[in-house]
Design a protein around this ligand. Structure first.
Ligand code: B3K
Ligand code: ZN
Length: 892
């Protein structure tokens, strides 16, 4: 497998003026006729024409209506090459008519054209169009498409493709055809086709410009009633993008199709989004709050791509973060406006820290603009998406919302209809604001999470505070310093915000953006000196997580408590509580490692108990108030994710951690059992049994269920009864799920009859059944590995459905750490065996499932040796370049 490099980019030789596609659909043999009209691109000279194509059976090629002979071209495993000499004899523009045949039924990789429960659908990004027909499969070749879909009318009553429907006609032999035209030029990765039996929910939207848009959500007919939330989310997204960015929809029709078998979350094909049904279907009965938030966010994300991705697309796949980082940022801002902004920030930072930081510290570390890839699908990563979104957020932090909007406006003004680079985006931000942002470039080029070390001292004689900053990236020690905005504030002994404006300061790096103080780091080391300030200030740094860095700042517990109480930034108040918890956890793990403590003696420190007690008491006292951000309490009262705790160690004392972490959870449950119980009851009392999707209700449920979890961890029998009762009420999936997960984690035996009941009730709902698999794979301990193995043998398990595979393999390696890291190494071996099996069916998903193994270097010698052995073995057996690339990097 050969790597492709950013530095080797060459512009396309041919320009395509138009593409007409005709599909005669049949499960095992679909005939694709591709009529493309092209000519040499400006400034190019004639050479062989290289068209990408894989797994295609070539039937015929015509050039300007002349049938080509086999000597006029050649076919390899990955290309159709039309000889220069053949082209030289023809007159440009070249009209090519290429007929190929494909077998969608055999396509279990779910890339290209495939079948999901008897319905045809496509997935082309990144390089899947080449599995449909021969073409220039690269994002910088844009053209208009006309798609004709022909199929049996009884089996495939609905025929869809991108753009607007121009005709629908019946044909002989029970077939029918639909013709779709997409007037907007697009790269082939945005092509889509769907055919099958669907139900359809319709609605309408009138754009700010007065254009009437037909909105359609297609799904299996029996699930139609679960599409309302998705439709509401779509309408809210359309409105939001007009208000916040002045961007309106540009076709007469916007279609979303839900399919069960899908490799990722969803795909933004022009006018015809294809979705994993997990991100479309949601009602109170079958989806949790988290699921519904996921639907809202992904519907918005794909919709926002219509401008950031489709109207302005990527020049090459190294620019992926141009559309993904930007679109994630946009969907984050949308969700912040729909629900709670601080809570959204907390959720995103938690995810970034527990998963993206790990990626950035491991063998797959790459800059948000990668330099090379073997399999592009491997680079749809947390780094490109989530860190990419953080980098986009930096522009907004630096320029303010208005400045950012100006930059966006200029970006669209300049690049609408083009395929561009991350530099073009930066330049639009630069030029629209008259700011030199050259230093932002480094954020695109460095892998690794930067560290910012801070030392703060006070000089009483001068009444001066000195804040010494030092930035450093362990993954790129020689790299240029980054531009890092540190939002900051200070609070005095009484907890009053100290206005920096009153201090003597002439440091140009300290600026105010939208009322917030921002200190700009541009050098490796830098000192901020603030004079005329009192001695009792406590500094609040990196507020709202103003840059994706690790802040290395040794605060005293007293200062943390002070900010936990007084900080006006809800993010940092949460952060202070989390830091207290994290520091305490780390110290107990260390003591346990040093044999100074056994698991029975693990207890939360006094300061931790105090702060949590205060929060719980507030939550209980204020429980009837409707102006409280309850989800904030839910998150402040949760332990740092174990993934984030693991991040703090090098090497990771996994065996100790897996004893201390649950012991700590239990001790925290016990220490505050009464308050957890009261929080549970007071919040339950405030919640109506009818499900409502809004920040208040979601927050209350989050806090209530967090309290239930902690109370269950305490071992109190009354908690078990409460959880069982909550399950039996079956009010909505959020409650059902929380009670079952809590019971499985802390009282597995008691959960068993309920799990059986759950199966009986939900066996016919694939998305709900995924949960049943995931909880057992993730929390089931009693039966050991054989319990997880039995899930694979369950009649409802399927290797060809990615959601089902993820619910077992993914949950096992992510959540069931005790089994995954069991001392004999059998957990590692088991996962590797399944990856190998899956690789033959769906390499893209297999490549995701292998990731937990690649962090082997971070562990202690015994786990290192076991994991490495398993990887080496896998390396010799693996067939796909997807898994090969990841395993090779891990072993480098
Ligand atoms: N652009 C798609 C992801 C495609 C992944 C290809 N393996 C969904 C999204 O980010 O919106
Ligand atoms: Zn995206």
């Amino acid at each position: 497998a050969e790597a492709k490099w950013l530095k080797d980019y060459q512009p396309p030789v041919f320009e395509v003026m138009d593409l007409k596609l005709r599909f005669e659909l049949a499960p095992t043999s679909t005939v694709v006729t591709n009529s493309l009209c092209c000519q040499l691109a400006n400034g190019q000279v004639l050479s062989d024409m290289l068209l990408d194509g894989e797994c295609l059976t070539l039937v015929s090629i015509r050039l300007n209506d002349q049938l080509l002979a086999s000597s006029d071209y050649r076919v390899t495993d990955t290309q159709l090459i039309i000889h220069q000499a053949t082209l030289a004899q023809a007159v440009a523009p070249y009209q090519l008519d290429i007929v190929t045949e494909i077998n969608p039924q055999a396509n279990t990789a779910l890339e290209g054209l495939y079948l999901s429960s008897g319905r045809f659908c496509t997935q082309c990004e990144a390089e899947g169009f080449r599995k449909i027909t021969y073409f220039f499969d690269r994002p910088d070749v844009l053209t208009t498409y006309q798609t004709t879909v022909i199929a049996d009318k009884a089996k495939y009553p609905t025929l869809l493709a991108n753009g607007n429907l121009v005709s629908q006609t019946d044909l002989p032999d029970g077939r029918h055809q639909a013709v779709w035209v997409d007037p907007h030029k697009k790269p082939c990765y945005l092509f889509a086709l769907v055919a099958g039996e669907f139900g359809c929910l319709t609605d309408h939207y009138t754009t700010a410009e007065g254009r009437e848009v037909l909105l359609e959500i297609y799904t299996e007919p029996r699930h139609l009633a679960k599409c309302r939330h998705a439709m509401d989310s779509l309408i809210a997204s359309m409105k939001w993008d007009e208000q916040r960015f002045g961007l309106s929809y540009d076709l007469d029709r916007y279609m979303i199709v839900a399919v069960d078998d899908f490799n990722m979350g969803a795909m933004e094909n022009k006018g015809l989004n294809v979705f994993n049904s997990k991100f479309v279907l949601a009602d109170a009965d079958s989806a949790t709050d988290i699921d519904s938030e996921g639907v809202e966010a992904v519907i918005a994300h794909e919709y926002f791509h219509n401008w950031t991705g489709n109207r302005v697309t990527c020049r090459d796949w190294f620019q992926l973060t141009l559309k993904e980082g930007l679109t994630v940022f946009r969907d984050q801002e949308f969700t912040a406006d729909m629900l709670s902004a601080p809570v959204k920030r907390i959720e995103d930072v938690r995810r970034l820290r527990s998963h993206q930081f790990a990626e950035d510290a491991g063998p797959m570390a790459h800059p948000i603009q990668p330099q090379s890839y073997i399999e592009m699908n491997n680079f749809y990563t947390l780094t490109v998406y989530e860190k990419g979104a953080e980098v986009v957020r930096l522009y907004q932090t630096l320029l303010g919302r208005d400045g950012f909007r100006k930059g966006m406006d200029l970006y669209f003004q300049r690049h609408d209809g083009q395929a561009v680079t991350v530099d073009d985006f930066r330049l639009a931000m630069t030029d629209a604001n008259g700011r030199n942002l050259t230093q932002m470039q480094a954020w695109y080029q460095q892998a690794g999470t930067p560290k910012v070390a801070v030392k703060i001292t006070y000089q009483p004689e001068q009444q001066a505070w000195l804040l010494d900053f030092e930035q450093h990236n362990p993954k790129a020690p020689k790299a240029d310093p980054l531009l890092i905005p540190i939002k900051l504030a200070a609070f005095d002994g009484q907890g009053r915000a100290w206005s920096l404006a009153t201090c003597a300061n002439d440091d140009a790096a300290l600026t105010q953006v939208a009322g917030e103080w921002v200190y700009l780091l541009t050098e490796a080391t830098q000192t901020l000196r603030v004079t005329g300030a009192p001695a009792d200030l406590v500094w609040s740094l990196l507020r709202d997580f103003s840059a994706p860095v690790i802040l290395d700042y040794a605060m005293t517990p007293a200062d943390r408590l002070h900010l936990a109480k007084f900080d006006t930034d809800p993010f940092n108040r949460w952060e202070m509580v989390q830091q207290l918890l994290l520091a305490d956890l780390i110290s107990q793990v260390q003591q346990h490692e040093a044999h100074q403590l056994d698991s029975q003696q693990v207890r939360p420190a006094e300061a931790v108990v105090t702060v949590l007690k205060t929060l719980l008491t507030e939550a209980i006292t204020d429980s009837t108030r409707t102006d409280v951000d309850w989800a904030w309490y839910g998150y402040a009262l949760s332990l740092p994710d174990i993934g984030y705790v693991i991040e703090q160690f090098e090497p990771v004392p996994i065996a100790t951690l897996l004893q201390v972490y649950p012991a700590y959870q239990r001790a925290l449950g016990v220490a505050l059992a009464d308050l957890w119980q009261q929080t549970y009851h007071t919040q339950t009392a405030q919640l109506s049994t009818d499900y409502a999707y809004n920040a208040q209700a979601i927050g209350r449920r989050l806090l209530k269920n967090r309290a239930l979890q902690a109370w269950l961890a305490s071992g109190d029998a009354a908690a078990v009864t409460a959880a069982q009762a909550q399950y039996q009420r079956q009010a909505h999936m959020t409650d059902v799920s929380a009670s079952l997960q809590g019971l499985m984690q802390w009282h597995e035996a008691e959960s068993e009859p309920l799990m059986q009941d759950f199966y009986q009730r939900w066996a016919d709902q694939p998305l709900v059944l995924d949960k049943w698999f995931a909880w057992q794979a993730g929390y089931g301990k009693v039966q050991g590995l054989s319990g997880v193995q039995r899930l694979l043998e369950h009649p409802a398990f399927s290797w060809t459905n990615p959601n089902r595979v993820r619910s077992v393999l993914g949950s096992f390696a992510r959540l069931n750490l005790a089994l995954f890291h069991q001392t004999d190494g059998a957990g590692y071996q088991w996962l590797a065996d399944q990856v190998l099996r899956l690789d033959a069916i769906n390499p893209q998903v297999a490549a995701r499932m292998v990731v937990p193994l690649i962090q082997w270097r971070r562990y202690q010698p015994q786990q290192q040796a076991q994991m490495r052995q398993v990887l080496q073995d896998l390396h010799t057996k693996i067939a796909s370049k997807d898994v090969f690339e990841i395993v090779s990097k891990a072993l480098e």
